[in-house]
Design a protein around this ligand. Structure first.
Ligand code: M6R
Length: 611
């Protein structure tokens, strides 16, 4: 999380930095800051604010500062609360070094104690500030290259750092270890950003900083070094992506706009699958390797983890091979057993989730890895063997909606693709999978239209008044219930929990009372449905309030419901995809009723780049 941006060149930096920060605000919005080198005063200046880029801009307008070099930051708090003191940039004792940091310095307490003993004075509770004081210490003894090497030798953790120094006024120092950082090259200067979006449209070339490297950047050139201080080749790539300030296209929030984009997103996924161009669909596996595949293992976090869990049902029943689903944040703490003919698929909308990336880095190089992501230029794509690019368009709202849908659609097709390559299914069945997805895309959107008024006028106001909610599913609808529970809690702050419906009787049924709505997501498999129906009856027998997503014809379940949404019958494994838009729309309107900041819920960030 957190965003780092920088500029050094012939033009004043402030507008570039503020614009870059606004583009990357999805990475955190607890506080923001800007620092620049004022060439007249020959001094580093700094403005910080609690809140996002709008608050920072207001502060800068009150106390305008500018310079030809500048750095900026938006923060997602890890160490220390969201205060001005803890906002970046951080400085050394004499305010001659100003730096911004994305990542976590894991050994900061030890370093801070040593620096305090030496007499350094700290102004924040952050881990990041130690970097400034350590660099101050090292610069007393050596030049910039040697000092940076000495600095990084002491730091443990992850860091993308942009730094201005009074001693080197014509220099922007960038350091990268595990957290992403890239450099944009334009005719008038050099840019830095945690994400290339920060400078899209302003530059012609890009340099992805290699892992464990630092760059000494002047307005018209750069030198790249490894952590031993050896010069590295600078690999420039053309980067002509334009910045499209997409806007909400008339919707009140990005989340709503993205909910409505899902029909088109499924269509795009199907279209890309049909053409299977290497740009969007490159497993980097030969037909023989696919035939020999014995299992698939997914690694993901949050909503992407729920998508993986749903995909387990696709792959196991369609491609008939075992699947394991790993939570990225847990994966590296568990023993790793190497298996023959297994492929690891990392699912991540952003392609920058630290837990997911670190899990991929943890795997032996001999393991074949594939990224399923919405971000073609992400670290995940660069660090895996193959990639499936979902092409869902930028997702701006923190709560994932269309990316989840794109993941489900892509994974449904992947299951069929593998099954086809293994000659488990016919050409016709492969084509049918595409048709079934297109049908579901229509249903997904039409269900929103069908229930729109009812949700807005009746159900959203009603469910906004509850303090907690329980979500139940069985078989493939259980991971979907988890996703629904996550969606409701993250944007409304209503406490939710989710269970496999059959587990309720093993303890959680004690929570059922009339003040806790229970959301049940049905399934189309008749045997599983029967069992789910019994679970719904158990809830009803305890005066539970039932919100049911049932399929047409499931009359017994429909009759039990206090609130019901009826879903047309689709292919059994696609039932949850058909429900997705409606569930998200309901949750969105509950949050709107509560006047929550829907696109940027408290404490969250879109791209989670800390472990
Ligand atoms: O970018 P990723 O898909 O790797 O992100 C994983 C999670 O952080 C993300 O899905 C998160 O759970 C969303 N806020 C859920 O809406």
């Amino acid at each position: 999380m957190c965003s780092v941006v920088g500029y050094i060149g012939n033009q004043v930096s402030r507008a570039y930095i503020l614009d870059g920060l606004a583009r990357l605000e999805y990475r955190g919005y607890d506080s923001a800051g800007f620092s620049c080198f004022d060439t007249e005063k020959k001094q580093l200046l700094c403005v910080k604010a609690v809140g996002g880029v709008a608050q920072l801009t207001a502060h800068i307008n009150e106390q305008p500062i500018n310079g030809f070099s500048g750095i900026g930051h938006t923060r997602w708090s890890t160490h220390g609360t969201a205060t001005v003191e803890n906002a970046h940039p951080h400085t050394d004792c004499l305010q001659k070094i100003s730096l911004v940091h994305n990542g976590i310095i894991e050994n900061y307490l030890k370093l801070k104690h040593a620096l305090l003993e030496e007499g350094h004075v700290f102004s924040s509770q952050t881990d990041s500030e130690v970097i400034a004081h350590l660099l101050e210490h090292e610069l007393k003894r050596a030049d910039l290259v040697q000092s940076t090497c000495a600095l990084v030798a002491q730091l443990e953790g992850a860091y993308a750092v942009a730094c201005l120094l009074e001693q080197y006024p014509d220099t922007l120092l960038l350091i990268r270890h595990k957290s992403p950082l890239c450099i944009g090259i334009s005719s008038h200067g050099m840019f830095a950003g945690s994400d290339p979006l920060a400078f899209a449209g302003h530059v012609q070339e890009i340099v992805y900083m290699p892992e464990a490297s630092f760059a000494i950047i002047k307005k018209n050139g750069l030198e790249l070094y490894n952590f031993a201080g050896q010069r590295l080749d600078v690999i420039k790539q053309s980067y002509t992506a334009a910045w499209e300030a997409d806007g909400k296209r008339g919707h009140e929030h990005y989340m709503l706009k993205e909910i409505y984009e899902q029909k088109r997103v499924i269509q795009t996924v199907v279209q890309n699958f049909r053409t299977r161009f290497a740009q969007t669909w490159n497993l980097a596996l030969s037909p023989e390797q696919i035939k020999a595949l014995a299992s698939i293992q997914f690694i993901a976090a949050g909503t992407s983890w729920h998508a993986a869990y749903i995909a387990q049902f696709f792959i196991e029943s369609i491609a008939q091979m075992p699947v394991r689903v790993h939570l990225a944040s847990e994966f590296r703490s568990l023993p790793f057993f190497s298996e023959l003919n297994t492929v690891f698929i990392a699912i991540s909308q952003s392609g920058e989730t630290a837990d997911t990336l670190e899990s991929i880095r943890f795997l032996p190089k001999s393991v074949h890895t594939i990224a399923l992501t919405n971000t073609p230029l992400s670290s995940l794509v660069r660090e895996t063997n193959g990639a499936i690019l979902m092409d869902a368009g930028t997702e701006i709202a923190v709560a994932s909606t269309k990316a989840f849908t794109a993941q489900i659609a892509s994974l449904y097709l992947l299951a069929h693709y593998i099954a086809h390559q293994k000659q488990i299914i016919t050409n016709q069945a492969l084509d049918q999978a595409e048709i079934d997805l297109l049908l579901v895309s229509e249903i997904l959107e039409s269900l929103i239209e069908r229930y729109k008024q009812e949700i807005i006028s009746t159900w959203a106001p009603r469910y906004a008044s509850y303090k907690q909610a329980i979500f139940l599913g069985r078989h493939i609808s259980y991971p979907f219930a988890r996703e629904a529970a996550l969606k409701l809690k993250e944007i409304t702050y209503i406490f939710t929990d989710s269970y496999p419906a059959g587990e309720l009787k093993h303890g959680s049924i004690a929570l059922i009372d009339s003040s806790t709505p229970v959301f049940i997501f049905s399934v189309l498999d008749p045997d599983v449905y029967k069992k789910l129906l019994s679970n719904a009856q158990e809830v009803k027998a305890r005066s539970g309030h039932l919100v049911v997503f049932a399929f047409e014809g499931q009359e017994e379940l429909i009759a039990l419901a206090d609130c019901v949404f009826i879903i047309p019958v689709v292919k059994p494994l696609l039932g949850v995809l058909a429900m997705t838009g409606l569930m998200q729309f309901l949750v969105y309107h509950i949050a709107r009723e509560l006047k929550r900041p829907i696109d940027k819920p408290r404490n969250l960030a879109k791209s989670v780049t800390v472990e």
